[in-house]
Design a protein around this ligand. Structure first.
Ligand code: XMP
Length: 319
């Protein structure tokens, strides 16, 4: 009779056998897959694991601090914190095309990851949170016709380039099984139940030009929105929820004064796999209360809209 406890023991034994006494690097994003991968490796090989967390300047409010604290303070995992926000934001300056943004971010991520990985002495392995669906997808689509709507930033080819061997302990698992394994490993629910977050981060939630000012406003608005969703007990019913800051300022009134600030769009969808999605049917009360909170609490926003586009024809992200 198959249990996740037994799977975990087996996975740990396999990792030890594959890695021996060598060093392993793991890119940690704080998402479920990379978090479970890191934790499993840590339990298997302890200090032979070093995680690299890249701050690309496109993370949500408090995100870097929370991830770094969880893995260094709570789990005592060796972690290199690569704060490269200035590099990423500098290269993104003046860029407003979605695919160009993705390419810049993907290229810089590889450069940065490699730079930090090179400082980890004797590393021979790279751990990745590849899941079973990723394995099948790359097989069934190889060579076939493919339509690329958005080039997802992936780090394929990185291990070969760096001369590293891959460790992929989640290769046989589906997402829901990864969550069960995460629970088995003691990862808190706040990490296990996390909504997916795209590699390019807030860059694709800030349509058009990215500025530090817009990112700062976006972080605050997004935090209020997610707080509202959690307070109303809706977080786990939703696949993804976020705020996008729109590239337009609109006129409003507040007190006796005229305002001229950014408009934003709230987005929330339900989905099984991200391929199709329905907008989430919030109550009017929830929408009204949340819009009021965002406008009152976030300086720089004076208009809030709710995106009711499903996928297709929309996509989940705005870019
Ligand atoms: P779309 O916007 O294509 O998103 O409906 C489907 C899912 O993919 C995520 N997404 C990305 N993830 N790099 C990523 O790692 C990307 O460039 C990217 N674009 C979209 C999106 O958040 C949703 O979960």
């Amino acid at each position: 009779d198959w249990t996740m406890g037994a799977y975990r023991e087996e996975a740990i034994a396999r990792i030890r056998e594959q890695v021996g006494d060598k060093q392993v690097i793991c890119g940690l994003s704080g998402g479920v897959d990379s978090s479970v991968t890191a934790l499993l490796l840590h339990q298997a090989i302890g200090d032979q694991l070093t995680c690299v967390f890249v701050n690309n300047g496109l993370l949500r409010k408090n995100e870097a601090e929370e991830v770094v604290a969880m893995f260094t303070e709570n789990y005592k995992i060796k972690l290199v914190y690569a704060d490269e926000s200035e590099l990423f934001l500098g290269e993104l300056e003046g860029q407003d095309d979605p695919e160009t943004k993705r390419k810049i971010i993907g290229r810089l991520f590889i450069d940065v990851f490699q730079k930090y990985a090179d400082t980890i002495e004797g590393a021979e392995f790279l751990a990745q949170g590849t899941l079973y669906p990723d394995v099948i997808e790359s097989v069934s689509f190889s060579g076939g016709p493919s339509v690329t709507i958005k080039s997802h930033h992936n780090v394929g080819g990185l291990p070969e380039k760096m001369g590293l061997k891959l460790v992929e302990p989640l290769r046989e698992l589906f997402k829901d099984e990864v969550r069960i394994l995460g629970r088995e490993l003691g990862l808190p629910q706040s990490f296990i139940g996390r909504h997916p977050f795209p590699g390019p981060g807030l860059a694709i939630r800030c349509p058009g030009l990215i500025t530090r000012e817009k990112l700062a406003i976006l972080r605050e608005a997004d935090a209020v929105y997610i707080d509202q969703i959690r307070k109303h007990g809706l977080y786990d019913e939703i696949w993804q929820a976020y705020v996008a800051i729109l590239p337009v300022r609109t006129v409003g009134v507040m007190g006796d004064g005229r305002t001229y600030d950014y408009a934003c769009a709230m987005r929330a969808v339900t989905s099984v796999d991200g391929m199709t999605a329905d907008y989430y049917p919030f109550s009017h009360e929830f929408l009204g209360e949340t819009a009021t909170r965002i406008i009152n609490e976030v300086k720089g926003i004076n208009r809030v809209t709710y995106d009711i586009t499903s996928k297709p024809p929309g996509t989940i992200e705005w870019e």
